[in-house]
Design a protein around this ligand. Structure first.
Ligand SMILES: Cc1cc2nc3c(=O)[nH]c(=O)nc-3n(C[C@H](O)[C@H](O)[C@H](O)COP(=O)(O)O)c2cc1C
Length: 192
């Protein structure tokens, strides 16, 4: 059987992003568990704000097509999102919106969401750790007919959660991450 491939997508471009750090820790844990991991930055897939007129005129931008194809080349996807005003940031929503418009040959539009497993995580300096962003993201992905695993991780007080090596300090956080990774791998393997 070929190696299980997991794509990790941090939903923040900010230098020092708490979510990019969590994505890096998660990628490390996924690799330790045997997955073949690709961690990207959405800075490499810049997209205009979705506009139906733009799509009608110029089609779906190549970065959305490239990201969709990258997702297609993986069995599972982990999205690590910040929380902005109790929801997902525009970067995350806009990226999903564009990718959901991609239609490759012999596929339905948005097929990439139907055929693979998603896991979601968030990090925030607040007590809730981005829980509301996760609810919003779960709803968005469900609307795209994605399978989203039940386990999720909302890392609270994330500005104090990492040590000087950017590893998680608290064992409860590490255990929650491990449980997320285990379930993502299990469910992705079953859907391979
Ligand atoms: C526009 C905006 C809205 C925010 N709203 C929330 C919020 O609703 N809940 C929360 O926990 N943090 C909120 N924050 C704080 C972010 O969680 C914090 O800036 C976090 O570090 C952003 O993620 P990053 O470090 O990965 O860039 C908000 C930040 C911004 C810029």
């Amino acid at each position: 059987m070929s190696a299980l491939k997991i794509l990790v997508i941090p939903g923040s471009l900010r230098s020092g992003s708490l979510n990019a750090k969590l994505a890096a820790v998660a990628a490390h844990e996924l690799a330790r568990s045997g997955a073949d991991v690709t961690r990207i930055s959405l800075a490499d897939f810049p997209l205009p704000i979705y506009d139906g007129d733009l799509q009608a005129k110029s089609g779906v931008p190549k970065h959305a097509i490239n990201l969709k194809r990258m997702m297609s080349a993986h069995h599972g996807v982990l999205i690590v999102t910040p929380e902005y005003n109790a929801s997902v940031p525009p970067l995350v929503k806009n990226t999903i919106d564009w990718v959901s418009r991609v239609q490759d040959a012999h596929e339905n539009r948005g097929q990439v969401f139907r055929d693979r497993v998603f896991a979601i995580a968030s990090a925030s300096g607040g007590r809730l750790g981005g829980t509301r962003a996760l609810s919003a993201l779960r709803l968005i992905l469900s609307a795209c007919h994605a399978t989203v695993i039940a386990n999720q991780l909302a890392l609270s007080f994330a500005d104090e959660a990492y040590d000087e090596m950017d590893k998680l300090k608290n064992s409860a956080d590490s255990e929650a991450l491990k449980a997320l990774v285990r379930q993502l791998i299990d469910v992705s393997q079953r859907m391979m």
